[in-house]
Design a protein around this ligand. Structure first.
Ligand code: NAD
Length: 478
């Protein structure tokens, strides 16, 4: 039992709970206490899941779209019914704010299923004509999809990939993150309760280098959907490439937050402090503040005040703004970045250390200035509550600083000038540019990263282009 909820800890393969000889211990970031022993799968469990998925994929893939959409809507209904339980377990497992889990994240899980169910029905077939020949385009199921997800938003990110994969008629094998594996197991029960056929969704629990690597390397997998770090993404791309398995990679970021002096500075400060949300464990976070020199001191000063007002503590309490880092290992990694930034000559305007008063895995919101050009803290993803600030003069310098990392997941621009917004956003290298806003996520819009932040785009029809085998039947005139 976790937070009073019964949570299965075995694998879910072919509609059955399957255990493994080995287990791994799942620890809560809230108090660093063990909360579950979870089955530790590897190549044999992955192989069994691929075989179960292959068997199920034929029937599920040939199920009429209308019926597939009904099942996905039913999954959404059951997710909605269980939002309080899913939220409580996710918070205990990964330390995310309970109030966000309840109000936005778990409802978004349900929306992932509803959106792609509706999108499937809109997709239909497409007819084209070419020099008298007719062309009929169909989005056929591609077979078996492997989905691998990170710990920072486990269920939301898993369902953003597996909902379109299932909608497209594929059977799915999900390898959840070993640092937050529990809600995936609950989803398996929900999917079965909604009438998803056995084997259409399988969950193989385990460690990335074991179960994850086995899944990606399995020749019976037709699509790999990976969300995680760029370093793991490289390994995943190489392993999938060896089998010529198409892989959609959503990777890390070091996104710029560019604020011009003509922007609404109240809004800039409010949005800048939001970049500490989830204690900085957000791929999209605009962690590099790039602020026009004439308002640089004012923005930093006001940001310091806003950051000081953030309440750190137990993520289950409504008053808390920032919870803990996910694990001791990750906490130490964040602290390592901070220590090296100081050694490199950067200066912490605030924060720059663990929160000793609270102890545990709480790290203080941190802002670095004067980091040397090209230094680690300006170029590498920390994935903790650590921002940097750099002043600029003129659009060219703003764009040059913004584009100065190997990442390209997102960018944020604040300005009061629509023409400038247009010019600057065109020049930014990013999958998504938010102008005077942040984190607006339309499921119908393409999402993904440029450069080392990913390969491919998903969302709306782009998801179906990836998970389906798009086919053109070109017929001569009869
Ligand atoms: P990670 O790369 O360490 O792990 C991600 C997943 O990959 C886990 O399930 C892990 O078990 C698995 N894995 C590890 N090694 C593997 C291997 N050799 N083969 C196959 N699978 C393997 O990432 P993380 O620390 O869990 O998550 C944080 C990272 O995810 C950050 O870089 C963050 O920016 C990124 N992220 C990106 C997005 C996005 O949409 N672009 C969203 C959330 C998080």
């Amino acid at each position: 039992m976790v937070e009073g909820v019964e949570v299965p800890t075995e694998h879910w393969i072919g509609g059955e709970r399957v255990s493994s000889a080995d287990a791994f211990v799942d620890v809560s970031p809230i108090d660093e206490m063990p909360i579950a022993e979870v089955a530790r799968g590897g190549a044999p469990e992955v192989d069994a899941a691929v075989r179960a998925a292959r068997r199920a994929s034929e029937a599920w893939g040939s199920t009429p779209p209308k019926r597939r959409a009904e099942v996905l809507h039913r999954i959404a209904d059951l997710v909605q019914e269980r939002v309080p339980e899913l939220a409580a377990v996710e918070t205990r497992d990964n330390g995310s704010l309970l109030r966000s889990m309840r109000s936005s994240v778990m409802p978004r899980v349900a929306r992932n299923f509803r959106f792609f169910a509706d999108q499937l029905l809109e997709l239909g077939n497409r007819e084209m004509a070419y020099e008298g020949f007719s062309e009929r385009l169909t989005w056929d199921p591609s077979g078996v999809t492997g989905v691998i997800t990170p710990w920072n938003a486990p269920l939301m990110l898993a369902t953003w990939r597996l909902a379109p994969a299932l909608a497209a008629g594929n059977a799915v094998i999900l390898k959840p993150p070993e640092w937050a594996p529990l809600t995936a197991s609950m989803l398996a029960d929900i999917a079965r309760g909604a009438g998803l056929p056995d084997g259409a969704l399988n969950v193989v629990q385990g460690i990335g280098e074991e179960a994850g690597a086995a899944l990606v390397a399995h020749p019976g997998v037709d699509r790999v959907a990976f969300t995680g770090s760029a370093a793991t993404g490289r390994l995943v791309a190489a392993a999938a490439g060896a089998n010529l398995t198409p892989a959609s990679l959503e990777l890390g970021g070091k996104s710029p937050f560019v604020a011009f002096a003509d922007a609404d500075l109240d809004a800039v400060v409010k949005q800048a402090v939001n970049q500490y949300d989830s204690a900085g464990q957000v791929c999209l976070a605009g962690t590099r503040l790039i602020v026009e020199a004439s308002v640089y001191d004012e923005v930093l000063d006001r940001l310091g005040g806003a950051a000081a007002a953030l309440r750190q503590g137990d993520p289950r309490q409504d008053a808390t703004d920032l919870g803990p880092q996910i694990t001791r290992e990750h906490f130490d990694r964040v602290d390592g970045f901070v220590r090296r930034a100081k050694a490199d000559g950067a200066r912490a305007v605030f924060g720059g250390a663990p929160n000793e008063e609270l102890g545990g895995l709480h790290y203080r919101p941190t802002l670095f200035v004067e980091a040397p050009e090209g230094s680690e803290i300006l170029t590498q993803e920390v994935f903790g509550p650590v921002l940097t600030a750099q002043p600029f003069t003129g659009e060219d310098e703003a764009v040059a600083l913004a584009n100065s990392t190997e990442y390209g997941l997102a960018a944020i621009v604040y300005t009061g000038d629509p023409g400038r917004a247009e010019r600057v956003s065109r020049r930014l290298v990013a999958g998504t540019v938010w102008v005077n806003c942040f984190f607006v996520r339309d499921l119908a819009a393409p999402f993904g990263g440029a450069r080392h932040s990913g390969i491919g785009r998903e969302g709306g029809p782009w998801s179906f282009d990836f998970y389906a085998d798009v086919k053109n039947v070109c017929t001569a005139p009869w």
